[in-house]
Design a protein around this ligand. Structure first.
Ligand code: V47
Length: 399
């Protein structure tokens, strides 16, 4: 059957099985067979803010393609075809962690088999290893080590800045910052000041998980609570740091928890404007105490990207983190609301300890191929979304 014939057949089936997509009458030609999406579409076209109920309707809708269409509409309104990626390296200085979060396969207790803590020289050598293209970003996160003092992390960052002065240091989640502050008997603000003076440029979005107490008390009861995560981000933004935000989905949370999480991030973004990118993270259960839970499906992942784009109207970017989604789903996500794929990464531990089968890293060429094949235009960015121009193994950043 030719493509045209297949499309005609599909259309005739749609009109006979009662699943007919209705147009809303809007000039954009939006169509849905879910009447609950029509008022939401009207709001999206009028650039009006969506409510918590709208969020729930988007999660509940059986018309995932229509949800994705709306998210893609917003994505193209904001970014056209531009799709961002970066050349980065992840560094996880230690997997020793006092917390024993049920969501995690990465953390180990001190002295346990498989536990490790890098010496400073080792961490600096790791930063330089494994890749020939000049990285523009180090992404540094790790366990909550019971003995490593704040000074260790300050030395780590200072040493990196000395050795790689042009590389942006995106380091330490809000959870790590609150932990380091407590250990050093400093306020969060004092700790952030020390990190800034040592050379930390921004923060990654991890540790947010799901903010509601019911969920947090089960999946990560040793971490700071949702309010403390938000307050730490608030303080960081007020000091001029930019940060990302994440949400871990696909475990024991309900749609209501996800909507609550997204709207809390949206409210903080209204206040500070400090978030750059939102990254929905699919839960990988393998090797965690929650390994009886199923992995997320492709449609759940794609819908989550789309709902994030639609609810987070004040976030500039939605990232389809290919390491977590797989390159195939991440590529499709570029048509469902995402405008960023993250980066080369080089070495990833958190998801691979939890059973991820994705490669450890990707080259610029491979990332560009994924983006181009999705009909988008790849743009290499630095952490702050300035375009990067490359010559062999060096780069310049447009500011
Ligand atoms: O906070 C831990 C999650 C996060 C599992 O800011 C798990 O650019 C799934 O935050 N299954 C760390 N997820 C990763 C992260 C991140 C990744 C990429 C880019 C950025 C950014 C941030 O990973 C943790 C937690 O939410 N996580 N264990 C697991 N078993």
């Amino acid at each position: 059957m030719s493509l045209e014939a297949a499309l005609r057949y599909h259309q005739s089936m749609q009109s006979t099985v009662g699943n007919t997509r209705q147009t809303t009458g809007h000039p954009s030609g939006f169509r849905t067979y879910d009447s609950r999406l029509e008022p939401i579409a009207a709001k999206v076209f009028a650039q009006e803010r969506l409510s918590a109920d709208d969020g729930l309707a988007l999660y509940a809708s059986r018309d995932v393609l229509a949800v994705g269409w709306l998210a893609n509409h917003v994505r193209e309104r904001m970014h056209g075809d531009v799709t961002y990626f970066n050349v980065n390296r992840h560094i996880n200085p230690t997997n020793v962690c006092v917390a024993a979060c049920k969501l995690c396969a990465f953390g180990r207790k001190k002295g346990d088999a498989g536990s490790y803590t890098m010496a400073l020289d080792e961490a600096w050598a790791t930063a330089a290893s494994g890749y020939t293209e000049a990285v523009t970003e180090f992404h540094i996160v790790g366990g909550l080590h019971p003995d490593l003092p704040l000074e260790f992390f300050l030395d780590l960052v200072r040493g990196l800045k000395e050795r790689f002065p042009k590389v942006h240091i995106k380091a330490f989640t809000m959870v790590e910052i609150a932990f380091l502050a407590k250990r050093a008997k400093l306020t969060i603000k004092q700790t952030l000041e020390k990190l800034r003076d040592a050379g930390v440029d921004s923060m990654p979005g991890g540790g947010a998980e799901i903010f509601t107490h019911r969920v947090r008390s089960i999946i990560c009861d040793h971490k700071i609570d949702g309010e403390e995560w938000l307050e730490t981000a608030r303080l960081a933004h007020k000091m001029g740091f930019r940060s990302n935000a994440t949400m871990l989905y696909g475990h024991i949370e309900y749609d209501e928890d996800r909507v609550d999480h997204l709207l809390k991030l949206r409210a903080l973004q209204d206040e500070t404007g400090g978030f750059q990118t939102f990254i929905p993270l699919a839960f990988h259960p393998e090797n965690t105490p929650l390994d009886h839970l199923p992995v997320t499906t492709g449609l759940t992942d794609i819908r989550q990207i789309a709902v994030s784009r639609l609810l987070l109207d004040n976030f500039a970017h939605i990232k389809a983190y290919w390491q977590m989604l797989t390159p195939k789903i991440a590529q499709i996500a570029l048509r469902f609301g995402a405008d960023d794929l993250d980066g080369t990464v080089i070495e990833e531990k958190i998801y691979h300890d939890a059973g991820a089968t994705t490669p450890q890293g990707m080259t610029r060429k491979e990332l560009c191929r994924l983006i181009t094949e999705a009909g988008r235009v790849p743009v290499e960015r630095d952490t702050l979304y300035h375009a990067v121009t490359r010559t062999e193994d060096s780069f310049t950043v447009a500011v």
